[in-house]
Each structure stands twice: as C-alpha cells, then as structure tokens.
Design a binder for this molecule. Structure first.
Ligand code: APR
Ligand code: PHB
Length: 392
C-alpha cells in the first residue's frame, strides 16, 4: 500500500494550493483528480482575485504570470437606469483586485507542483475514502491505467468541489448545511473580441442582470441572467448579442463589441454552506464545503482562504500532534465564509430580477442601488467586501 501524510482529493485551486503550502513546510501530499490535466486547465470559471489572494500567491513566488498577464482593476461600474455609477475600489479602500482567469491560476499551480518533482494523479476514477475516524484513513481509486490503487494517509483533505465525494462521506446526521437556490441561472460566454469597457460592468436591467468582464485585451467574458430551465440550444449567438446589447443600454450610447463566441455555458446560481468542515481525519475546503453565486466574485477567493488556514493546522497536527488549530479550523473559516455568503447574496439580489418580482421589490432594488451609488459609506461597505476583507 502507498503512503503519504496528506491525501488531497481534487486539483482545483483549493487542492493545488494546499499541496503547495504543505510542500513549503516539508509535508508530503498526494493529489488525486478525477479529470485530465487538459480538462482542468481549460475549464472556464470566474476570474476575480481579491488583493489577499494576489498577495498570498506573490508571497509564495507563484504570481509571476499573474503579475505579467493579470489585469489590475481599481474600480467597476454599476449600470442601472441607463447610467453608470463607478465604485472606486482604490479610493474607497486603498486596494484593488486582479482579473485573471481561475484556470490560469490552476495552470500556474500545476506547473509549480510538477516543478517540485511531485505529480498529480489525473483521471483518478472511483475515488473512495475509508477509515476516516481512525488515525490512518485510506483512499482507494482506479488510476488512469486502470490499476486499483490504495493510499494510506494521516489526514485527507476533501478539495473536490461541490459535486465531489468527500462531503458525502460525512454521515448525514452529523452534517449541518444551509442551502439557498435562486430562480435564475447565468449564461456565460467567452467572446473573441476586445472588452467594450476597461472595467467590469454589473448591469441591472428590467430584462435581467448582465455582466461585462474580460480575460485579456483580446478576450471578453460576458454573462446574462437566464431562467434556470433555459437550454443552450435556444440561445443562438445572435440572440445572446441582442440581449446583451439591450441589457447594457446606456443613455448617451454604449457600443458592445461583438466577436466569435468561443464558449457558452449555463450555470445555476446557488448558495450553500456546510458548517461541518471536518469529520475525524477528513477536512473539507473550498467548494466542497460552500458555494456562492458568482455575482460577488468570491468562490475561488474563499477556497484560497480555507487552505490558507488548513495548511498550518495540518502542519501543527502532523508535526507536533497539536490539534488546536485543526479543532478550530471550521469555526475560523466560517466567519469569512458567512460574510462572503451574505455579500454574494446581497450583490445577487440587488442586481438580478426575479421572474414575477413585484413592483415593491423592484423599488427596493433601485433604492439600494441608488444608495450605494450616492453614499460613500454604502459604497465603502460594498468595496471593502469586494476587494476582500483582511485575512485575520
Ligand atoms: N475525485 C477526484 N477529484 C474530483 C472528484 C472526485 N470524486 N470530484 C470532483 N473532483 C475534482 C474536480 O474535477 C475539480 O477539478 O475536484 C476539483 C474541485 O475543484 P473546484 O471545483 O475548482 O473547487 P475548489 O478548488 O474548491 O475551487 C473553488 O471553483 O467552482 C469554482 O467558483 C468556484 O471559484 C470557485 C472555485
Ligand atoms: C468573470 O470575469 O468571470 C467574473 C467577474 C466578476 C464576477 C463574476 C465573474 O462577479
């Protein structure tokens, strides 16, 4: 049987960064990933890095490409009632965010891991966890060559996202979770065209929310609020561009630059938190434990914040048999998680139009938007959450 100190399930930002943080402390880990390297490197996800995320990657020497290719943003626009209202992040908080696709971070972390001489078990099928309540839990799986493998660990980190198997290994009677669904989804597209604005635009329109973002000076990322039951087949490129143009309407004119669509995807919006982030020797981190609607741009940043706590907790546990930080792990993470949950819910409900929303709700939304756009106190509150609250 193979042996490691920390068995990590999932090679997303949480699993890969955890492996790196443990490596810098001399702790051995094995990373198992269900998909291929190519798949995880190409999977298009959100793209906003909080300043704390960027600072951590820089401290670790992992931000070379992020600093060269990432796009620093000092503000963004809230667009409603046909006008733009800029949230000046830099003036309000002294901080900025960096637009850099999550899969670019994943590429950088994979490269960093391979550079340490350690591999990643890609295409690991039938991953199963065993003996979690013992001091030597095990992981079994079938590797990419079809060989049955078994790994004995001191600890397992479940970093396998919302649909992973780790959380399912916590007995349901011990699992405390909170779930909220929204009556809409996002249709996201990647367009081969320069961005139509230098900054992100969060647009609230009576036909629904739209977001203008970007990946590079040549690639634009756009989202449309749609019904959760919509089918991609019903959204031709022409229909998508028409709807985007309508929702980004600006008094005085706005030209949306069109181009070939490289990717289209519909994702439901959901909020979920499990307060049980640990069961015996299994620790959950990132999307495996909580998800947020992308309107607040917090998902990847929360995953990074979790493993930033988990790594030193595991080091203390494995090296000194000191379980204090491991015992406090969930509670420590959850205060940041719930703040991000609230902020993401706030941004989502302020900007989306629920089907059949009554006129009262409409008025409340517009009142909230006008308040954020006109009060420095309200804008500062939004901005400090958006750039990321201090880590400690
Ligand atoms: N076995 C092994 N790997 C698995 C399994 C499994 N049974 N199930 C899922 N995985 C892998 C997925 O293929 C994925 O690569 O776990 C990884 C989880 O990565 P992410 O979903 O990126 O989750 P996380 O690392 O927590 O990062 C959170 O991802 O979904 C976005 O918006 C979210 O930005 C946030 C970020
Ligand atoms: C993105 O660029 O994909 C993006 C940006 C901001 C968000 C969500 C997604 O709030």
């Amino acid at each position: 049987m193979e042996r490691t100190q920390v068995g990590i399930v999932g090679a997303g930002p949480a699993g890969l960064l955890l492996a790196h943080l443990l490596h810098t402390e001399g702790i051995d880990a094995v990373v198992l990933e269900a998909r291929s390297r190519q798949y995880v490197e190409q999977r298009v996800r959100a793209g906003v890095c909080e300043h704390t995320t960027v600072a951590l990657l820089r401290d670790l020497g992992l931000a070379g490409r992020l600093d060269r290719e990432g796009l620093p943003h000092e503000g963004f626009a809230l667009r409603f009632d046909g006008a733009d209202h800029r949230i000046d992040l830099a003036a309000l908080t002294g901080k900025s965010i960096t637009v850099y696709g999550q899969q670019e971070i994943v590429k950088d972390l994979i490269e960093a891991r391979l550079a340490t001489g350690h591999g990643i078990e890609f295409e690991a099928a039938d991953v199963a966890l065993h003996d979690l309540e013992s001091e030597s839990p095990r992981i079994t799986w079938t590797d990419s060559s079809g060989v049955a493998r078994e790994l004995r660990c001191d600890v397992i980190a479940g970093c396998d996202g919302f649909h992973g198997i780790s959380r399912q290994n916590i007995p349901t009677d011990l699992l405390t979770s909170y779930d909220h669904t929204y009556p809409f989804a996002w249709l996201g597209v990647l367009a081969q065209t320069p961005p139509s604005s230098e900054e992100l635009i969060y647009a609230r329109h009576e036909r629904g929310f739209a977001l203008h973002s970007m990946r590079s000076p040549e690639i634009t990322r756009l989202y449309l609020q749609v019904d959760p039951g919509e089918r991609l087949d019903d959204w031709s490129d022409a229909r998508i561009w028409d709807e985007l143009a309508t929702r980004f309407t600006l008094d005085g004119g706005f030209t949306l630059r069109e181009g070939p669509l490289l990717e289209k995807i519909i994702t439901p919006l959901r909020s979920y938190v499990t307060e049980t982030m640990r069961h015996g020797r299994l620790f959950l981190a990132g999307d495996a434990a909580h998800i947020v609607p992308a309107t607040g741009a917090k998902g990847m940043n929360l995953a990074v914040a979790d493993v930033r706590r988990l790594a030193p907790a595991l080091v203390a546990l494995l090296r000194k048999n000191d379980s204090a930080a491991a015992d406090g792990y969930a509670e420590q993470c959850l205060s940041r998680v719930w703040r991000a949950e609230h902020f993401s819910y706030f941004m989502t409900t302020m900007l989306h139009r629920a089907p059949g929303a009554d006129p009262f709700t409409d008025r409340l939304q517009l009142s909230q938007l006008r308040y954020v756009a006109s009060s420095t106190a309200a804008a500062t509150s939004l901005a400090e959450n958006y750039v990321g609250l201090p880590f400690d």
